[in-house]
Write a protein that binds this ligand. Sequence first.
Ligand code: AP5
Ligand code: MG
Length: 190
Amino acid sequence: MKFYVLFGPPGAGKGTQAGAMVERYNLCHLSTGELLRSEISAGSPLGLQAKALIEAGNLVPDEVVEGMIESKFKSVKEVKGFLLDGFPRTIAQAEALDAMLAKGGEAVTACISLMIPDQLIHERIAHRANIEGRADDARPEVVENRVKTYHDKTEPLIEFYKKAGRYHEIDGVGTIEEVRDRIFTEMDKF
Ligand code: AP5
Ligand code: MG
């Protein structure tokens, strides 16, 4: 099984590129952001716990997302692997992921990192705010906090995956098709 981490700051294009990636490589797309948003719409206890944190641009507790991912690993069959979008997002989550995979003799195949400058994050999220109506896109101070949270808590994963020899950075600036082709060129190697 392949286990790809799709990494990048808010608005980098993870969700946009995921569809083409899962189709080409027969993967299951797991976005912790999307899973959490469906818990919120369903009004579940987990959704109620996550709502205020997400709407303030903060991370939900590590154990919550780790539990969601592990249960999907157990329940999803018939795929060649998983595309993890927005997970892991802290060093603790990355270590938990390694431990989960090690139980089955597996490991992270590669971290595919989409990189864009901070200015472009704001432009893309402002554009998406008018289309998707996500609560965490609406207020500039929340977007600012998501970017800060990314730099403080998530960016250290770049070193983590570099040390593991698993880090593959893709320039996320360009048209959707240009970025997709760069990703395919890299992933065709695995
Ligand atoms: P999550 O849903 O993961 O949000 P995010 O990481 O902030 O990322 P986005 O979904 O905003 O960006 P994206 O990279 O998918 O960009 P997209 O393709 O849409 O997480 C939301 C929240 O949930 C977190 O803040 C946290 O609270 C919680 N959470 C989630 N995972 C967690 C975890 N592991 N631990 C703890 N908490 C967690 O593109 C953006 C826009 O740009 C779109 O409009 C798109 O059309 C456009 N676009 C994309 N590519 C291009 C291009 N090449 N050219 C022009 N426009 C483009
Ligand atoms: Mg997304």
